[in-house]
Design a protein around this ligand. Structure first.
Ligand SMILES: [Zn+2]
Length: 434
């Protein structure tokens, strides 16, 4: 009899165990404005989340879940997390307690398996309202007050964090390669007189596509360059490609901007759309998009030409596609597939620092050629180039030797008037100014 009871208990506990979902691990990602905590689970999980204060804690209850390994602790440098504790509840549930350094605003969701990861439960923790923003944002007023400004290039390293992007046959992840090349490109841009880089992503964390665009807009970028590495089933596919936004992608985005303009304080090309009637708003938007697409194609053409000098190109010209990150209506944007990570030969090159430097150099050359031909009118670069041209044609503008150092002396961009040899095109993001 005792044996039968023992067996029954064993069967029951095995059944309970089988029904429980295992948590394998926890991963932490730190982004500039939030941290992400990811639980790797054996299957979908039902969870409940609540905050406690004195001291600040976040409690995560997971139904019918067990731990099958020890969860790692957050690092000491984690901006929001002090520690992670776990305990069993009701004999079958798991409770996780996050000890916090400050109150947070949590968001949670479930992710299905993808990109080499299995089921995941994701927690994004943002600084709760009232806290000090950790990254001060430069406003338009501040950037204009300083007189002439730098040409701003937003450099966007594709993917990141939970999204590894494409994977090479040796396990190289697209997100790592794109960040390495983006950082090299940003370094080069920052060494160029009159230019400044903004890294849209500067670490291993995920940024949604629309957020990438809005980071570029917040910094008043003159150009948005998204860096990727391609993948294809045929491992022989190779070479780099450059994409700009297709006309179809632009018109679907225009529809979205027009539909949402009442609820949005966003400016397009420096102009608000929300007080315009439908026809005027759509004409303004279309003008901005047309100028932006034209500028995008010009710079993409330069970049493609430079890339073809350092290696193979995939296809013979710049291509058009509806990629989300290219859709800002007033920032010329391009997406560069640097090489095929699925091609073992190119995968090897993509992690080679010399080759990364070559790609960054090619991108820099294309970007420089474009902006030297068409500097935005209110920039130091425009003033500098005008000064050089004046010197070359014998004008009394500062010559090479007595030219004011950039950023120290203001050069009035209007002092020179619009004479025959001044060929600056209007900055594409303000096609309907004045
Ligand atoms: Zn990609």
């Amino acid at each position: 009899m005792r044996i039968i009871i023992g067996l029954t208990l064993l069967v029951f506990s095995l059944a309970a165990e089988a029904a429980q979902v295992a948590v394998h691990a926890v991963r932490y990602w730190t982004a500039p404005d939030h941290i992400r905590l990811v639980l790797d689970t054996a299957g979908p999980v039902v969870h409940n989340l609540f905050s406690l204060d004195n001291p600040n804690r976040l409690v995560i209850d997971l139904e019918n879940v067990r731990l099958d390994s020890r969860l790692s602790d957050p690092t000491v440098s984690n901006p929001y997390l002090k520690g992670l504790r776990s305990g069993v509840q009701n004999g079958k549930d798991l409770r996780l307690v996050l000890d916090l350094k400050q109150p947070v605003r949590p968001k949670s969701y479930v992710l299905p398996p993808s990109g080499g990861y299995g089921h995941r439960l994701v927690f994004d923790l943002f600084e709760s309202q009232g806290g000090q923003p950790r990254q001060p944002v430069v406003t338009v007023e501040q950037s204009i007050k300083g007189g002439l400004r730098d040409v701003v290039i937003a450099v966007d390293a594709g993917h990141g964090g939970e999204d590894p992007g494409a994977l090479g046959t040796r396990g190289v992840k697209e997100k790592d390669v794109t960040l390495a090349i983006a950082r090299r490109l940003a370094d080069r841009i920052n060494r160029e007189p009159g230019m400044k880089a903004v890294l849209v992503r500067d670490g291993d964390y995920f940024i949604p596509l629309r957020k990438r665009m809005s980071i570029a807009r917040k910094h008043h970028a003159d150009l948005f360059v998204s860096i990727h590495a391609d993948a294809f089933q045929d491992k022989r596919a190779r070479g780099s490609s450059v994409f700009t936004l297709s006309r179809k992608g632009a018109s679907s985005e225009a529809a979205r901007w027009l539909a949402e303009r009442e609820n949005s304080a966003d400016l397009v090309g420096g102009v608000s759309l929300d007080n315009k009637d439908d026809v005027l708003a759509s004409v303004l938007l279309d003008l901005s998009q047309t100028a932006t697409i034209q500028a995008s194609n010009d710079v993409a053409h330069q970049v493609f030409g430079e890339l073809s000098r350092v290696g193979n190109t995939h296809g013979s010209r710049v291509q058009q596609a509806g990629f989300m990150v290219l859709k800002a209506p007033d920032i010329p944007s391009l997406l560069v597939e640097t090489a095929f990570i699925s091609n073992p030969d190119e995968e090897r090159k993509l992690v080679d620092s010399t080759h990364q430097g070559r790609i960054a150099g090619a991108l820099m050359n294309g970007i420089r050629d474009y902006f030297h031909a068409s500097p935005p009118i209110d920039t130091k670069l425009a003033a500098m180039l005008r000064g050089k041209r004046q010197a070359a044609t014998g004008g009394n503008y500062p010559t090479e030797s007595n030219e004011p150092r950039l950023g120290q002396t203001e050069v009035d961009p209007s002092a020179n008037g619009r004479q025959g040899q001044v060929t600056e095109r209007e900055k594409p993001r303000f096609p309907f100014d004045g």
